[in-house]
Design a protein around this ligand. Structure first.
Ligand SMILES: Cc1cc2nc3c(=O)[nH]c(=O)nc-3n(C[C@H](O)[C@H](O)[C@H](O)COP(=O)(O)OP(=O)(O)OC[C@H]3O[C@@H](n4cnc5c(N)ncnc54)[C@H](O)[C@@H]3O)c2cc1C
Length: 638
């Protein structure tokens, strides 16, 4: 299938939720308006939610401590069936499902805490539960299913029927416009044909959410459509159980559909709504990954603390050598900020007062990048032991610390559920949305001259009102946000003033980028990525300050929280300055030239002197529809 860049963009654009019905802190931030009032005072969970959530967390913790052997899962590359059955018995498969349908009805906040806890025992368990509930059958049905569908499937999911989400295909990764799996209407059914790749839980799933393309016809609007499919339907073959550098225990497969009949009643939403459903599901579903990343940070901090105090080299504990201490401070401050971002976004999702789609996307982007850096620093702090497996450490009589496994397991978070590059584009699209809504026609190459003229008048009016507002703001007043500087505490008010000034500066920079590159801005991925990364840092700084103040006002480690928030903001401010500098001083142009040279074969001489150990084969496997010729590796866990 060939799909042009323009068509790919149109498909993504059609799936995008255009309207903003509720306020959004992050959207305002990108527009240069620091709406602290939307996140401060920090929203608090309802007592009943806390009671229910804490009760389950205690049960889950006990289960993880007594019944989960993370080493065994890593060694055998499989979560034992008994563990999965145990998770079912404590209700872990229905954490996020409404009690009306047999689930526990946990809040987003506690669901995320549970994922972080489960993933700390074994990251593969976190992936299993998250794929099942954050993107699998329960979430899209909750949001878009009919009552009949909910009654049919949600009690099964809550009871432990495992679900999976199937969008990716060998030739469809970040670009769903290429989706090739078809769903052809036939009487009261659709008939599915195609191959899906990398389905987490696919090998053991009972229920699937499948994205397939319905061909357009007189009675059918067609388009990418979502279906709930029984995994044991005739014509489904799981052709491979895939293996990865990390998350070795996940049951991830290749699934072939050959003339699979699915009742029309199992279609979720209307034809053509599949991608919108997938994206909306991810609005909160995306919080699962940063939850596990924040959990990873907590563990990195614990190990860094214990190890660096015990290990002595060159006359003192390694923590006291500045080069190591800097890493420990980074891990502590960043863990505080990741939890702040996560809890704030989760609680806002529970309150449903704000639109949190950008916050959740920022949390995913920032959490996955920062957790990777923290785990990398932990491996460094552990020295040679950081590179050694936990089993090997244990075999020679030391504590079996799986630091290298943590690094491997975290790596995928920067790729799946929206790679960092795609998250940059997705968030940048929202960040410049206000501009595009007024100046969109102005920069669209396909617009007529008359429409461009109208757009120019509209844009002129908008910018005349908007630009002056970006020049002054409370960030320039020395006394602003003073409640964030209580006596005897570090000065977080200064950091919030910096955030306020920076978000106006960010909006000005975005405007300058638009003015400079106009329609070509979209291709300036380096520039846009940095704009988004600045936004992520500013959001994390805001969340850290607001959390510290909440903890202080509740008498809960307030002073220590202020110290961590202060350290985080100081570290983040340096990153923000660097990012601002790199908006205009960078190697983007020269890099583009080098890429042309690389692709044109100008530097192939540089590749001489090594061998390529890859085995032969096409880059992308053939997925011609048809009956499977391979054994089915699907199995069910009773
Ligand atoms: C362990 C694992 C579990 C997974 N689980 C599931 C699952 O349960 N269900 C499911 O449907 N999928 C799943 N996936 C698929 C996953 O979501 C994809 O790997 C991801 O969407 C990226 O697609 P891709 O790997 O094909 O990369 P590609 O899309 O081929 O991208 C390759 C590189 O190019 C970059 N890139 C692509 N397009 C652009 C662009 N326009 N601008 C800038 N950069 C770009 C990407 O960021 C990446 O760096 C899983 C994958 C793995 C490895």
């Amino acid at each position: 299938m060939t799909v042009s860049e323009r068509e790919a963009r149109q498909v993504a654009e059609a799936a995008r939720e255009r309207h903003w019905r509720k306020p959004s802190f992050a959207r305002e931030l990108f527009l240069g308006r620091f709406r602290l009032d939307l996140v401060h005072p920090h929203p608090r969970p309802a007592d009943e939610d806390v009671r229910r959530g804490e009760e389950f967390l205690a049960r889950l913790r006990e289960f993880c401590e007594t019944s989960v052997d993370g080493r065994l899962i890593e060694r055998e590359g499989r979560i034992p069936d008994e563990v999965i059955k145990g998770l079912k018995s404590i209700g872990a498969f229905g954490m996020k499902i409404d009690p009306e349908y047999g689930g526990l009805g946990l809040s987003q906040l506690h669901y995320n805490k549970a994922l972080a806890l489960a993933a700390s025992a074994a990251p593969a368990i976190g992936a299993l539960l998250s794929a099942h509930q954050s993107i699998g059958v329960p979430q899209p049905l909750r949001l878009f299913g009919t009552e009949e569908q909910r009654r049919a499937f949600l009690p099964r999911c809550a009871g432990g029927d495992i679900s999976a989400f199937l969008l990716t295909e060998p030739d469809v990764g970040s670009d769903p416009a290429r989706l090739a799996t078809t769903a052809v209407p036939d009487g009261d059914d659709y008939v599915l044909d195609g191959v899906k790749l990398w389905t987490t839980n696919g090998v053991v799933a009972d229920l699937l959410v499948v994205m397939a393309r319905v061909p357009e016809s007189e009675e059918h609007p067609g388009g990418i459509t979502a279906f709930v499919v029984e995994a044991d339907s005739e014509g489904i073959t799981v052709e491979n159980r895939n293996a990865f550098m990390g998350l070795r225990g996940i049951e991830n497969g290749v699934t072939r559909f050959h003339r699979v009949r699915v009742p029309a009643a199992h279609r979720i939403g209307p034809e053509g709504a599949g991608l919108k459903i997938a994206l909306t599901t991810l609005n909160t579903g995306r919080l699962s990954l940063p939850a596990m990343c924040a959990g990873a940070g907590k563990w990195c901090l614990k190990i860094a603390r214990e190890w660096s105090a015990a290990r002595e080299q060159w006359g003192k504990p390694i923590a006291r050598h500045e080069a190591v201490g800097t890493k420990i401070s980074f891990i502590a401050a960043t863990t505080f900020a990741l939890e702040a971002v996560l809890d704030l976004s989760s609680q806002m999702a529970d309150d449903d007062r704000n639109d949190i789609r950008i916050e959740a996307a920022l949390a995913k982007l920032y959490g996955s990048e920062m957790a990777w850096r923290m785990a990398d620093e932990l491996v460094q702090v552990r020295g040679g032991r950081g590179f050694e497996t936990a089993d090997s450490l244990a075999a020679r009589g030391e504590r079996g610390v799986p630091a290298e496994q943590m690094l491997r397991d975290l790596r995928i978070n920067r790729i799946f559920e929206g790679s960092t590059e795609i998250m940059h584009l997705l968030i940048a699209r929202e960040a410049v949305d206000a501009h595009l809504s007024v100046a969109g026609d102005l920069i669209d190459p396909d617009t007529t001259l008359t429409d461009k003229g109208k757009a120019a008048v509209r844009a002129g009016g908008f910018y005349a009102r908007w630009l002056p507002k970006l020049v002054v703001g409370p960030g320039r007043l020395p006394g602003a946000y003073r409640e964030f500087h209580p006596a005897g505490h570090p000065d977080l008010a200064d950091h919030l003033r910096h955030v306020e000034r920076s978000c106006r500066r960010l909006a000005r920079a975005t405007f300058l980028g638009m003015a400079r590159w106009q329609g070509k801005l979209e291709a300036k991925q380096g520039f846009l990525g940095r704009i988004v990364d600045i936004g992520a840092e500013l959001f994390a700084m805001s969340a850290a300050c607001v959390r510290a103040e909440m903890l202080r006002s509740e008498g809960d480690n307030g002073r220590a929280a202020y110290q961590l928030a202060d350290a985080f903001c100081r570290q983040a401010r340096i990153r923000v300055e660097e990012l601002f500098d790199r908006l205009w001083t960078n190697t983007d142009d020269v890099d583009r030239k080098v890429v042309r040279g690389v692709l044109g074969g100008v530097y192939t001489w540089l590749e001489e002197g090594v061998v390529d150990p890859s085995t032969p084969g096409p880059w992308i496997a053939d997925t011609t529809p048809g009956a499977s010729t391979r054994p089915d590796v699907h199995r069910t866990i009773g």
